[in-house]
Design a protein. Structure first.
Length: 230
């Protein structure tokens, strides 16, 4: 019997996002030919060819406004990055400054992670970032959480044997749920943080959302997970 994780924290943040419709968002996205992947399902097994090198490939599932992944891509030119977002209005914002950044190691995809196995071949990714994903509060929606075992089994297919998932959230209940999923599946975890700001994790790159809540003193939860035991 696996030991369940229970987190107690005075903060309980529930986020509600209302996206404003942006006319022409998709047209703008697909006009950035050097950065957008127009047909994700045709890229499976071809990512080394797309980037033109054999460098490691890291992907962020749910890239939001893009600060996190563009910062990483600028800092690490020898690593290839793929930003995945399924809401055109959000990806539109992430791609606003992409051309002036001139990052040849960064690509964007307008795509739903639910079908991620259709875009990547076996062992094609070396790392997955999941930052502040939708917590899907209702129990009946648990299978929609990106850290549910249904998704973890998808990641197992596309993530390299020595690959890791880096997960961050501000939602205590989602983090507890995720730790329990990882524990029940006997997955290796490391660098677990219940308050990232207090732990002073030097390698942390923040998202826009993360910065806002850290300034308010709200805790950010973080963990790194290996799924090779699945």
């Amino acid at each position: 019997m696996k030991r369940r994780v229970i987190l107690r924290n005075k903060f309980s943040i529930q986020r509600k996002m209302r996206l404003r419709n942006i006319p022409g968002a998709e047209e703008f996205i697909f006009s950035k030919k050097n950065y957008i992947i127009e047909n994700p399902k045709e890229t499976k097994g071809k990512w080394r060819e797309i980037f033109g090198n054999d460098n490691p490939i890291y992907s962020e599932f749910g890239t939001g406004k893009g600060k996190f992944i563009t910062t990483l891509a600028a800092k690490n030119p020898d690593i290839n990055y793929i930003a995945i977002e399924y809401k055109a209005e959000v990806l539109y914002k992430a791609m606003q400054k992409v051309e002036e950044l001139k990052l040849s190691n960064l690509k964007f995809m307008l795509f739903n992670v639910e079908f991620i196995e259709e875009a990547f071949d076996k062992d094609e990714l070396d790392r997955i970032y999941i930052n502040f994903c939708d917590p899907w509060h209702k129990k009946r929606h648990a299978k929609r959480r990106l850290t549910h075992r249904v998704f973890l089994n998808k990641y197992k297919t596309i993530l390299a044997e020595d690959g890791w998932i880096h997960f961050k959230t501000d939602n205590r209940k989602l983090f507890q749920f995720s730790l329990n999923e990882f524990s029940e599946l006997d997955l290796k975890m490391k660098n677990i943080s219940l308050d990232l700001a207090s732990d002073d994790f030097e390698e942390n790159v923040t998202t826009e959302y993360e910065e806002k809540f850290m300034l308010k003193g709200n805790p950010i939860f973080r963990v790194e997970v290996s799924i090779k035991n699945l």
